[in-house]
Design a protein around this ligand. Structure first.
Ligand SMILES: NC(=O)c1ccc[n+]([C@@H]2O[C@H](COP(=O)([O-])OP(=O)(O)OC[C@H]3O[C@@H](n4cnc5c(N)ncnc54)[C@H](OP(=O)(O)O)[C@@H]3O)[C@@H](O)[C@H]2O)c1
Length: 253
């Protein structure tokens, strides 16, 4: 990434993956990094802590198409787009009280990502191709029914990544999917796992993977384990998650 320009969405969360991407890109000598998020405070703090002045804070709601168009018109030097913004509500598909959380997950995790890719595809083309990194989840490849609607939204974004990869091949844009397991951020705070991967480790693994030309990047022991098992025993993985849901519901009652 040395010398290039990146834009990261959802970068303002104090211990989030987006912030870790910005800091790792900075360490790897990115020329400029647009650190964007819904709220300004987190990304402004990131920029204020950067003595070199490479980090440019921007407010950007990935569900607001006008704001996205304005960002694409302004950030015409982007070579690397990291679609990281995401939401997760602990909502089951049938067990949730209503569809509010499920709709919001689709709005941010799928429609927001698609809108960002559409707006920045011409910017990347003008730069000679560039790279899009879409952050999905290992639960995009197998539904974790405790967060069933989140998993469905991540499955949609995994599929959109494949489609966009095919559509943008001719303009030379590389499109990369990231499938993290459980990462130690606010989003996974209610997950009782004791084996969470630090977001800084994820950022380093993904940027190393980009340097090696990888298209699908799995991060964390749980993601690697599920990916390996999906290749040979997809139904077994599905059954395990169904049992995990049953155990959690039993413990709660
Ligand atoms: N943590 C995990 O275990 C894990 C595992 C697999 C995948 N992921 C994915 O990794 C990505 C980053 O998650 P994280 O763990 O770092 O969570 P996080 O700390 O909650 O960060 C998510 C960021 O996205 C922002 N955001 C939410 N809605 C947005 C919108 N409409 N427009 C722009 N930004 C928006 C959030 O802002 P607010 O805080 O203001 O809402 C927050 O700064 C997400 O896509 C998530 O699904 C996480």
């Amino acid at each position: 990434m040395g010398g290039g320009t990146a834009l990261v969405t959802g970068a303002g969360s104090a211990r989030g993956i987006g912030k870790a991407f910005v800091e790792e890109l900075r360490r790897r000598d990115a020329r400029r990094i647009y650190a964007t998020d819904l709220a300004r405070q987190g990304v402004e703090t990131l920029a204020a802590d950067d003595a070199g002045g490479c980090i440019v804070p921007l407010t950007l709601d990935v569900t607001d198409e006008q704001a996205i168009a304005a960002a694409a018109a302004r950030c015409t030097d982007v070579d690397l787009l990291i679609n990281n913004a995401g939401v997760c509500f602990p909502s089951r598909l049938i067990g949730a009280l209503d569809l509010v959380g499920a709709r919001r997950e689709m709005e941010v995790n799928y429609w927001g990502m698609l809108a960002m890719c559409r707006a920045f595809a011409p910017v990347l083309a003008a730069r000679g191709g560039g790279t899009i990194v879409n952050v999905s989840s290992i639960y995009g490849l197998v539904n974790h029914p405790y967060v069933g609607s989140y998993s469905a939204s991540k499955a949609a974004n995994a599929s959109l990544t494949q489609g966009i990869r095919a559509e943008l091949r001719d303009q030379g844009t590389r499109v990369v999917a990231v499938y993290p397991g459980t990462i130690d951020t606010e989003l996974s705070a209610s997950n009782p796992s004791r084996d969470k991967t630090p977001p800084q480790v994820l950022a380093a693994i993904v940027l190393d993977g980009l340097e090696r030309g990888e298209e699908e990047i799995f991060v964390g022991p749980d993601a690697l384990d599920v990916a390996a098992r999906l290749a040979t025993d997809g139904k077994g993985v599905e059954r395990d998650y169904a049992q995990a849901l049953a155990r959690r519901l039993e413990n709660r009652s």
